[in-house]
Design a protein around this ligand. Sequence first.
Ligand code: ZN
Length: 285
Amino acid sequence: MLLLLFVLPFYDDSVRIRHSGATDSKWSHSDQKHWPSECTGDRQSPINIDKPDAIPRTCNGPRCEVKPILLRNYWRRFKTAPHLINKGYTVSMNIPEVMCGKKPHITGALLKGNYIAEELHFHWGSANSNGAEHTINHRRYKAEMHIVHRRDKNDTSYNGDGDELAVLAIFLEKGNVTHGLSKLFDKMTLVRAYHTETEMCPTCSLWRLLGYIHTKSFYTYRGSLTTPGCHETVSWIVLKRPMRVSPSLLSYLWNLRNEKGARIHDNYRREQPVNHRDVISFGGE
Ligand SMILES: [Zn+2]
């Protein structure tokens, strides 16, 4: 009996996690206590970034430890239209090749080579809560966009000790100024239902869809994916300056639905311990 009492609540939870995940996942943001054991490593993400604890770095020459970020091919037109997809726990857009046959990619920060853009997605709260993943001095922004890049296997300058992924994290904040992001957010009304998708404009570039990305100042540290399996192979680059998005556009995020038809909300992972990691601050505010 004692055994049964112990087992039943756990079994209930595991069933719920399985069902809530449906085809995309076997976990849920509302049940982070039960994420798998690989999510308990010592370099997990997201973290709170305490400004006074961040190590300041500048770069005035070619041999700096931390370099300015360079975005390459972000302004070139796509060869095929990207697709925006409602995945039930986020909304995601793939990043196709551009006209010259290459893909947008980034270098700089602590990265040892080129990292190729694969997809972007969002984390948010709700109409009444903020939902960025990283916090700055425990302040949480409204939402956070992640542009996921994978190490370029053909990059001969790579010296072997870098992470598999580099994620550019951009905070979204309410504001009157709406940059290019409106082109992307407008399409979210077409993917409100679970597993629906729509084509973005075929002649767009990432720049046109996202607007100006202020890369001159950022925090960088080595962490993990923020969803299971939480692989500890991500170089995080968290831009200091948020993008402003109008409240009406932000509300499109809060109206997206999961596989049960319920609103997707608070799809961010809770703060993880920094442990002994260095968080580097590059550039001013
Ligand atoms: Zn993410």
